[in-house]
Write a protein that binds this ligand. Structure first.
Ligand code: A2P
Length: 283
């Protein structure tokens, strides 16, 4: 496993295992145990994934030292606010049943983001959270909120893959050395991406599958990537990308695949309202 150093000095495994949409009470527990057995040391969950209990239990039962595992969770939108975020952080810690969370993110940056961030900065100072970051921040949302933060976000977790390379927000994030974390790093299985000629040609050349070429491009470009798979073989082989290097020309060819468009536009009208009604977090 390769690691990156975040802007607060903490170390993060460059590939993580995402558990979005995996149910609690068994399936997430099994999936996380299997991922840890396959070599993953970074698990990405969220309050709004409703499976923090299983994630924590799998980590405790894995027999692996807690310090070797990097756990991310996220504050849901209804907890954006100072008092709300304090409660949200306490709830995540209780559900995970862990002494600390490695990385905690503002999941959706609407409403009282500054109040929530203040509570996250305090939780970091108290050692309850080691690193703090944001998610789904467009250039407009970044410019609205981040200049008011004391601590600059360690990461911004956004949709990213070769067809949607987020060039504008990445340029802005460079100024604060904020790392990009990729959700939908394989385009959520998009055939336009996985069957793209540039990708399949490289897959043949290196004896890898298309997904591995895409993930290699991402980590080689300094992106922390969170591929999702329900297939045991692919869960394992998606980590097997550190025994080859794409040339500068190959990296450049993949950079040229960017269309500038993805499936989620955080600035689109009605997005905040739609997200607000999507999930209700209960204690
Ligand atoms: P599966 O679960 O059958 O492996 P994303 O991480 O962008 O959301 O993409 C997830 C999708 O990509 C899933 O449909 C998953 O299918 C598929 N996938 C995961 N790993 C690979 C891979 N190495 N090659 C091709 N498809 C993959």
């Amino acid at each position: 496993m390769k690691y990156l150093i975040l802007n607060d000095g903490n170390k993060i495994p460059i590939i993580g295992f995402g558990v979005f949409m995996i149910p609690n009470d068994g399936p997430t527990y099994e999936a996380v145990l299997n991922a840890l057995k396959s070599g993953y040391r970074h698990i990405d969950t969220a309050a709004a994934y409703f499976n923090e209990e299983d994630v924590g239990k799998a980590i405790r039962d894995s027999g692996i030292d807690r310090e070797e595992i990097f756990v991310t969770s996220k504050l849901w939108l209804s907890d954006n606010g100072y008092e709300e975020a304090k409660r949200g952080i306490a709830r995540s810690l209780r559900k995970l049943n862990l002494d600390y969370i490695d990385l905690y993110l503002i999941h959706q940056p609407y409403g009282d983001v500054e109040g929530a961030w203040k509570a996250m900065e305090e939780a970091k100072a108290e050692g309850k959270i080691h690193s703090i970051g944001v998610s789904n921040m467009s250039v407009a949302l970044w410019n609205k909120f981040v200049p008011h933060f004391n601590i600059k976000p360690a990461v911004n977790q956004v949709e990213f893959n070769p067809l949607f390379q987020q060039k504008e927000i990445r340029a802005l994030m460079k100024e604060t050395d904020t790392k990009l974390e990729a959700w939908y790093p394989l385009g959520h299985g998009d055939a336009n991406l996985l069957s793209h000629e540039i990708i399949t040609t490289l897959a043949n050349k290196y004896g890898k599958n298309p997904g591995q070429i895409i993930l290699r491009f991402e980590v080689q470009d300094g992106v922390i990537t969170l591929p999702k798979s329900t297939n045991k073989e692919r869960i394992k082989t998606n980590l097997d990308i550190f025994d080859f290097t794409l040339t500068n020309e190959e990296m450049e060819a993949i950079r040229q695949m960017d269309t500038g468009k993805g499936s989620h536009n955080p600035d689109a009208p009605g997005v905040e309202e739609r997200l607000r009604s999507a999930f209700v977090i209960e204690d």
